[in-house]
Structure formats: structure tokens, C-alpha cells
Design a binder for this molecule. Structure first.
Ligand SMILES: Cc1ncc(C[n+]2csc(CCOP(=O)(O)OP(=O)(O)O)c2C)c(N)n1
Ligand code: SF4
Ligand SMILES: [Mg+2]
Length: 337
């Protein structure tokens, strides 16, 4: 439920989508709109970024008055890092595709994770290059057939495993068709200080929704194993569980809000890095799609804290604030001789 009385839901909308009817990416856009509306985020004061792809078109479809930048293919992470360093007060959300992140952008992705840049990073993962008409991306599973039947000869890159290995501090997987889980995870990702990766399986109805594809709606529905039932509780609200009884655990996020997790099936401790990686790799081997919060580490400082930036965002510093004066410059020059 939303306690947002400052903005209407329409304030979070963008231009009408031009994607194919039924594309998973549109469901993710709707979940972003709902989550940011419920959080009460000022929709004009966000940084929204993307690379290139059908997925990367989607920031146009939400928070129209936010600060948007559509970067080069696979280069969103470096633009996001720069934007976040320039003004850490504006929350940053990046939307990417499995091609944009797992193929051409894999190098930049590793470094944004390693630096723990404070942003929500959503991968709209359909296992294919939708925009360029259906080639396999690096997240397509080994043996999963293309639309004309050719099996993928290469093993997949798992964007969650790679992010955990590289140093990301909040890593979750979801499905565009599981709106409730997705909205809770987006809200929790927003409240986390550091890199929050959401790898969302998002079927491409035009090029990768056929029988046998491990990114089709039918396959995902049949193989989805949610780890937890999730409930996001805002900072100001008391934790009143809507959940049925069970094994419930609550984690506190950096802004004082909470995420409660009720164990559904498999035993998993999201603070255990090694077991998160094992869970993901076992999932690939056993053809199971494990969704939910996979890994969470609130202890690591985020990129801006590591850089020890001034409390005033860099973008607001004037010439006077930045000029140390002739004496300091003289000393500095002398020290370099
Ligand atoms: C440097 C560069 N190389 C290749 C392309 C062609 N290209 C555009 S989008 C794309 C793949 C997009 O796939 P993905 O990120 O998974 O997005 P989707 O369309 O599936 O949502 C490619 C290869 C490009 N635009 N720029
Ligand atoms: S081609 Fe695929 S990914 Fe692109 S809009 Fe259509 S369904 Fe979505
Ligand atoms: Mg794709």
C-alpha cells in the first residue's frame, strides 16, 4: 500500500511503450512505476540510465521528468558511475539487457559491481538480442534452442553469480511475471546503499518464447523456485507481517526500512556468499530458476564513501569551493618536482 500523498501515480509514467505487445520488459516498467510511486520518490529527481536494446529503451517509459541518459551499447555502468559521483543525492537507476550487460558490457558490469556504485541496476534478461532480431546473448543457456531450432553451443554467463563474485552487495533474481516479488525487490534495492543488481527474466515474445527456450513464459513458470516470500516495510511503518506463519527473517536496509523474508522451500542464508554462488550454479545444472534475494551484504562501503567525497555533491561546488589558492598550488607543484 502506498502512503505517497505528494505525487500521483501518473507522475511516474513516461511515454507510451513502443515494444511488442506482451514483452516482459513492459511488465518491469510497470513494476518500477509502482515501486517508486509507493516509495514516494520525487519522480523529477532521479537519474535513469540505459545502454542499447529493447530493454534499454524502457527508461523513456517511466518517470518522464527524471534526468535520463541513453548511453552507448554496454556502457551504461561508466555513465552511471560518473553521474552518481557528480550528484550522489539523486537516486540512480540503470536499466540494461542481457546483451547490453552480459555480452558487450560485461567488462563495465564487473567494475560497477567491484566499486559498489550506489544504484539500482536492472537487467531485463530474455537470453536474446531482441532489438537486432533474436541472436543468442551470453545469458542463453547451453543447448537452449533458437526460434528455428539451432541449439546454443556455448555455456551461459550468469549475471547474478558474476555480480556476487565481483563484489556487488545486493543481488536478486526475479521474473517479469511475478509482480509482487519484483516490486518488493525493487523497493529493497532502492533502499540499499551500494550496487543492487536485479536480474529479471523477461521473456521476448517475438524471438525467444518458443518451446524449449529456457527464457520463455512457460519454461519460467514451470521452473521458477522462489526462495522467499518477500515483504518490504518502509522506515516509518511498524513491521506488521502480512505473511502466514513460517520461518521469517527480517533484514534492515540502509535507509531504515526492512525486508522480511519467509523461507518457502530451499534453505538459504543470503549473507553467505559461497552458498549463494553454489545455489546459482546448482540451479543452472538442475534446470531450476531460483528467484528471490540471493545475496546481501550491508557492511561494504559504497563507491562514494570509499572516495570520501565532500558532503556537498560535486555538481553543486562552485569555482571558489574548488580553488585551493595560489599557495597550496605552489606547494603542490614543488612537491612534484
Ligand atoms: C557497439 C554496438 N554494437 C552492436 C550494436 C547492435 N545492437 C543493438 S542492441 C543489441 C543487443 C541488445 O540485446 P539486449 O541488451 O539483450 O536487449 P534486448 O533488445 O534483448 O532487450 C545489439 C547487438 C550496437 N547498437 N552498438
Ligand atoms: S523484440 Fe522481444 S525484447 Fe524487443 S520489444 Fe519485442 S518482445 Fe520485447
Ligand atoms: Mg536481451
Amino acid at each position: 500500500m502506498s502512503t505517497n500523498t505528494t505525487y500521483t501515480k501518473a507522475d511516474y509514467a513516461g511515454k507510451p511503450s513502443t515494444l511488442c505487445k506482451g514483452c516482459g520488459h513492459d511488465s518491469i516498467t510497470n513494476a518500477i512505476i509502482q515501486a517508486y510511486f509507493e516509495l514516494g520518490v520525487n519522480p523529477t529527481q532521479v537519474i535513469k540510465l540505459s545502454g542499447i536494446g529493447c530493454s534499454s529503451k524502457t527508461p523513456t517509459y517511466f518517470m518522464e521528468k527524471g534526468h535520463g541518459f541513453n548511453s552507448v551499447h554496454g556502457r551504461m555502468p561508466s555513465v552511471a558511475t560518473g553521474a552518481n559521483v557528480a550528484n550522489y543525492r539523486l537516486p540512480t537507476i540503470g536499466v540494461s539487457g542481457d546483451g547490453d550487460t552480459g555480452s558487450i558490457g560485461i567488462g563495465q558490469y564487473l567494475h560497477v559491481a567491484r566499486r559498489n556504485v550506489d544504484m539500482v541496476y536492472i537487467i531485463e534478461n530474455n537470453g536474446t538480442y531482441g532489438l537486432t532480431k533474436g541472436q543468442f546473448s551470453a545469458t542463453a543457456d547451453l543447448g537452449s534452442p533458437a526460434k528455428r531450432g539451432t541449439p546454443n553451443p556455448f555455456p551461459c554467463i550468469d549475471c547474478c553469480a558474476v555480480a556476487i563474485d565481483a563484489g556487488a552487495t545486493f543481488v536478486a533474481r526475479s521474473f517479469s511475471g511475478d509482480r509482487k516479488q519484483l516490486i518488493s525487490l525493487i523497493k529493497a534495492a532502492y533502499s540499499h546503499r551500494g550496487l543492487a543488481v536485479l536480474d529479471v527474466i523477461s521473456p521476448c515474445v517475438t524471438f525467444n518464447n518458443h518451446e524449449g527456450s529456457t527464457k520463455s513464459y512457460d519454461w519460467v513458470k514451470e521452473h521458477d523456485i522462489p526462495l522467499q516470500e518477500l515483504q518490504y516495510v518502509p522506515e516509518k511503518e511498524e513491521i506488521e507481517l502480512e505473511m502466514k506463519e513460517g520461518d521469517v527473517r527480517t533484514i534492515e536496509l540502509h535507509d531504515g526500512s526492512h525486508l522480511t523474508l519467509r523461507k518457502l522451500g530451499k534453505e538459504h542464508d543470503p549473507s553467505d556468499r559461497a552458498s549463494a554462488l553454489k545455489l546459482i550454479h546448482d540451479g543452472v545444472d538442475n534446470k531450476e530458476l531460483v528467484t528471490g534475494l540471493l545475496y546481501f551484504n550491508p557492511e561494504m562501503p559504497d563507491h562514494n564513501s570509499i572516495l570520501n567525497l565532500s558532503p556537498t555533491p560535486l555538481v553543486q561546488l562552485g569555482e571558489k569551493d574548488l580553488d585551493p589558492g595560489p599557495e597550496v598550488i605552489k606547494k603542490l607543484n614543488a612537491s612534484m618536482k
